[in-house]
Design a protein around this ligand. Structure first.
Ligand code: G1P
Length: 290
């Protein structure tokens, strides 16, 4: 299937960033957690850079009304730029210019109603295009140095071009220790072909004894627009939230959902321990900061 813009390429990404960031309170009371610095730049900067390096040209941020500070980060600041220009601080100036050619758009999620609901908020803006989703709490640095989302996009396009399998979703998966499965969406693996995994269901945050595998969703996804229909059909969980993992799981019963497992460094920056670890990692490995 070719999509409406005549291409199956992935040029748009949705970044859900509407959450309260409760695990990082009180730091996140007045500053969005996505703006807390990882070494010398806001966490969201690293995730948007990953998109840009993967050839994505349009970002749709899913925000809440109290998190509009994220949008300000991407706006041009003429006064600051003129000041840096006058002082001849070219390096600093260019660090502010890197998102200049990227369209940064946003939608508001009115109520915190789960990750599935957050992604669904972007439906109208995404339209009939294939799209990427990146969760800004997760930073993943594949061992081969490629941006994590590129690995999914390239595989997605390769399969679409061949036309044998038309996946509706591709997820980045990573083997985790048994006792950690309760923190993640865990995939049931129907079949494994090298590092490509055929997914036959997902359980969101299972107890270790009920987990269908130890393959966790890392927070990088590529979807065809049909996923929105699956999200729309998804029933609220016991907390009343619409889960993205549930929608992908249901989709996998009738359509192709694939997982890719690649070696790499996974940093979860959504909690204080992980946030500090990420800062220490990047202080020692500045070459991975984009
Ligand atoms: C979310 C997803 C989960 C995924 C995880 C990755 O959970 O719901 O499926 O494995 O991100 O970090 P959260 O961390 O928002 O609770």
């Amino acid at each position: 299937m070719e999509v409406s813009n005549g291409s199956s390429d992935v040029k748009v990404a949705v970044i859900p960033a509407a959450g309260f960031g409760t695990r990082l309170l009180p730091a996140t009371k007045v500053v969005s957690k996505e703006l807390l610095p990882i070494y010398d730049r806001p966490a969201i900067h690293i995730v948007v850079s990953e998109c840009v390096r993967a050839g994505i040209r349009e970002i749709i941020l899913v925000l809440s009304r109290r998190k509009m500070d994220i949008l300000r980060y991407f706006e041009k600041d003429q006064e600051l730029e003129s000041f840096l220009e006058e002082k001849g601080k070219r390096n600093l100036l260019s660090s502010l210019e890197i998102f200049r050619d990227i369209k940064i758009d946003y939608v508001i999620q009115e109520r915190q109603n789960g990750l599935g609901d957050a992604v669904l908020c972007a439906r109208e803006k995404v339209g009939q295009r294939n799209f990427a989703v990146l969760l800004p709490d997760d930073i993943y640095i594949p061992s081969d140095g490629r941006p994590a989302i590129s690995i999914l996009i390239d595989k997605f396009l390769e399969l679409w071009r061949k036309g044998e399998i038309n996946p509706k979703a591709i997820l980045l998966l990573r083997n985790v220790q048994k006792e950690k499965v309760r923190n993640y969406g865990i995939a049931y693996i129907k079949k494994r072909i090298g590092n490509l995994l055929i997914v036959g269901g997902i359980v969101e945050k299972p107890e270790p004894e009920l987990a269908p595998s130890q393959f966790a969703i890392v927070g990088r996804y590529v979807f065809s627009p049909e996923i929105f229909d699956w999200i729309q059909k998804e029933k609220p969980d016991d907390k009343g939230e619409i889960q993205l993992a549930g929608a992908i799981g249901n989709c996998s019963y009738s359509d192709t959902v694939l997982g890719i497992s690649v070696k790499g460094k996974w940093l979860d920056i959504g909690n204080p321990q992980g946030y500090v670890k990420a800062n220490m990692f990047f202080a020692k490995n500045k070459r991975f900061l984009y």
